[in-house]
Ligand binder design. Structure first.
Ligand code: ZN
Ligand code: FE
Length: 256
């Protein structure tokens, strides 16, 4: 049976990704139960599993209502004392097997945005929560720049054809910053034109692909001379190492 992956809109700009096949569905980061229940009703689906990437409320608040609405829902998530109701606690390299939709994932620990943050990677794609966004990355609420850069390096090493399912529609705002950093990156400018057209038609810019992000996302391009130069000029520094470029880029974006 075919696997479908659809975004369910929540709040201002959250996407709750729904993977479904036949009559069964799985959701990633359900911050709100209502739109999920409506989608499942509309498509005649039964919820079998919930995957969580990190503890923030806009990714977890729908949990109690969804677990109550369906029987035998399995909840997967990270080691975290801030999330209640996880059945299967996951760490680096653990496997998630979802027989209801014939889908498997492996777990990648990606601390930075939060310390408990994990990502799910499998043939269906990469579900990276608030770690990697299209043309951007998550804010460092809990982790250090070095931690986040190490986490992004793990994601960057995945196959370029990987579909990237981010949990927020932040692309246009991220592109404003990215084009300030790399005004001459033609892939980036072309992508920005496409993204503006998508949003004008109220269509998501996601999923992205890793290949696309490697070409346009400044946070994955800290070793590229134009990005290094832009960061050093912005902060008026002469940093050579990749780590300090990433830290400078993240700090620049925070104030942008
Ligand atoms: Zn978050
Ligand atoms: Fe979020």
């Amino acid at each position: 049976m075919t696997l479908h992956i659809s975004p369910i809109h929540a709040f201002q700009d959250n996407y709750i990704w729904c993977l479904y096949s036949g009559k069964h569905g799985v959701v990633v980061d359900p911050g709100d139960a209502k739109p999920v229940l409506a989608f499942f009703k509309e498509h005649g689906l039964t919820l079998s599993d919930i995957l969580l990437t990190h503890h923030h409320w806009d990714h977890t608040n729908g949990l109690p209502e969804l677990v109550a609405a369906f029987s035998n829902v399995k909840v997967w998530g990270p080691h975290s004392d801030k999330i209640h109701g996880i059945d299967c606690v996951l760490g680096e390299g653990d496997m998630v097997s979802l027989p209801s939709i014939a889908c498997d994932f492996s777990v990648i620990e990606v601390p930075g945005h939060t310390l408990d943050h994990i990502a799910y990677y499998g043939s269906a794609g990469l579900f990276c929560g608030d770690t990697l966004f299209s043309a951007g990355c998550g804010r460092l609420f809990e982790g250090s720049p070095a931690q986040m850069e190490h986490s992004l390096a793990k994601l960057r090493a995945l196959p370029p054809a990987t579909n990237v399912f981010c949990t927020h529609e932040y692309t246009l705002a991220n592109l404003k910053f990215a084009t300030t950093v790399e005004p001459l990156n033609t892939d980036l400018l072309e992508y920005q034109r496409w993204a503006i057209a998508q949003r004008e038609q109220h269509k998501p810019t996601l999923p992205s692909t890793l290949a696309k992000e490697l070409a346009v996302n400044p946070f994955l391009r800290c070793q590229q001379p134009p990005v290094m130069t832009a960061v050093n000029q912005h902060w008026n520094t002469q940093q050579a190492g990749e780590h300090s470029v990433f830290a400078g880029l993240r700090r620049w974006k925070d104030q942008f």
